[in-house]
Design a binder for this molecule. Structure first.
Ligand SMILES: [Ca+2]
Ligand SMILES: [Ca+2]
Ligand SMILES: [Ca+2]
Length: 458
């Protein structure tokens, strides 16, 4: 009796397995549980490929498991060997960081690091030898599908590896040249003229060549992401080139979706052509519910949309503050980080001009800074240029709301007895600020009420 019951259970399990495997295509994107992994850092299934078939030391092969900026040996076979583990976690889809062939090592002498993360692509049509072979990728996709799991590829269309340099400036020191100026004069070091594939990627006229992005205004689209060669994604040659490249990955492997890297730095017209083309390609391959999603990185406050992404001291996240306030006031509203806004206010209050710069240090409920450079607020590439209160200074310190340990954000307040903190914070919260302007002359800006009330700290 027990034997028959056991057999019955096995048959049932096999039947449901088959049904799952066939039905994964019907599953909607919003029903997926996605597991994101960096193949290099996940599992090493084949030590023979750790150096990507290259000879020499870390600067030639990119392999150095003792250095965090280099390849550590993980690969596609390693992921294949861990599918049980990933599925048992409850994941139904795997999002792999880019697996395309990268420039193994790049960076100025003394500052080199490797393409272990996969975002410095030179050949968009091949698997990076550090991660394995085309056969390894096919085996992984097929095995995942056999379990009813999906594979999402991480793709890049905004840039390639850093291969192009400019005659007029040294690498990393090329300020953005606007669209009303002439672009830089691009060149490729000898021996790298045809390092990219397909070959249209070696045509320098397919790039913006305008220098480094400040991640604001037009430079967010046309500027180089820290020197990475920014493609002219408004050029029909580039659009068709990427449709051909990534369409072929759908055709060859039947992958289930794409995550588009740095999507915010690509013109929307590109995406409006590319995305429908990929969906059509997937449908032709019998892939229903092909899922495309893009990366958008903003600071705690997304100034462009007026959205508060995360305000750790207030415990707020995902709040459309700009829209809500605008709706209530009936006026257009701009949302800005509080200390940045205070810095701009102090800059104006002090009568500074557009040729001057200033650092504004906030000593209140939190420790933070605002930077005004040449009359303009400087948010930095990730919108956190002034967040000095979230730079870990004590690895063994308390956990901060930002997720890191040992942040000095409570510096001025934390020195007080706990019963004083609330009151002091409240008092300081309204009136505080020290401005370092024009070569470090220190100006106090409205320390105000707490000082009048006799607060020694204020
Ligand atoms: Ca390996
Ligand atoms: Ca470059
Ligand atoms: Ca771009």
């Amino acid at each position: 009796m027990w034997g028959r019951g056991w057999l019955y259970a096995v048959v049932l399990a096999a039947a449901s397995w088959t049904v799952d495997a066939q039905e994964y295509r019907q599953r909607l994107p919003q029903d997926e549980v996605i597991y994101f992994l960096l193949p290099d850092r996940f599992a090493n299934g084949d030590p023979a490929n750790d150096r990507g078939g290259l000879r020499g030391g870390p600067l030639q092969t990119g392999f150095d498991p003792a250095a965090k900026g280099f390849f550590h040996g993980g690969d596609l076979r390693g992921v294949l060997g861990q599918l049980d583990y990933i599925q048992q976690l409850g994941a139904t889809a795997i999002w792999l960081a880019p697996i395309f062939k990268n420039k193994p090592v790049q960076g100025a002498p003394g500052h080199e690091s490797a393409g272990y993360h996969g975002y410095w692509i030179t050949d968009f049509t091949r698997v990076d030898p550090h991660f394995g072979t085309e056969e390894d990728f096919r085996a992984l996709v097929d095995a995942a599908h056999g379990r009813g799991m999906k594979i999402y590829m991480d793709i890049v269309v905004n840039h390639t590896a850093d291969v192009i340099f400019y005659r007029e400036c040294t690498p990393q020191m090329c300020p953005y040249r606007s669209r009303v100026e002439r672009p830089y004069t691009p060149y490729v070091p000898k021996g790298e003229e045809h390092i990219k594939f397909p070959d249209w990627l070696n045509d320098l006229s397919n790039y913006h060549n305008r220098g480094n992005s400040t991640f604001e205004g037009e430079s967010a689209l046309d500027g180089d992401f820290a020197g990475l060669d920014d493609l002219m994604t408004e050029n029909p040659r580039v659009v068709q080139g990427f449709i051909d490249i990534y369409g072929a990955w759908i055709d060859r492997y039947g992958v289930d979706g794409f995550r588009i890297d740095t999507a915010r730095h690509v013109n929307s017209e590109f995406l409006q052509t590319f995305v429908p083309a990929m969906l059509a390609r997937a449908r032709a391959r019998g892939i229903t519910n092909f899922h495309i999603f893009g990366e958008v990185y903003t600071g705690a406050v997304d100034v462009a949309s007026g959205r508060v992404e995360h305000a750790v001291n207030l415990g707020l996240s995902g709040l459309d503050l700009g829209s809500e306030v605008a709706a209530r006031l009936g006026r257009s509203v701009r949302v800005e980080n509080d200390v940045n806004a205070a810095a701009l206010g102090a800059f104006s209050l002090l009568g500074r001009t557009s040729s001057q710069s200033m650092a504004y240090l906030n000593l209140g409920t939190s420790l933070a800074a605002g930077l005004v450079l040449g009359g303009r607020l400087w948010r930095g590439s990730r919108g956190v240029a002034g967040e000095i209160g979230h730079i870990p200074v004590d690895p063994a310190g308390d956990r901060c709301g930002c997720g890191q340990r040992g942040c000095p954000r409570h510096g001025p307040i934390a020195a007080l007895a706990p019963e004083q903190q609330g009151d002091e914070a409240q008092q300081c919260g309204a009136h505080h600020g020290l401005a370092f302007a024009d070569g470090m002359s220190l100006v106090a800006v409205r320390v105000g009420e707490p000082a009048l009330r006799g607060s020694a700290r204020a």
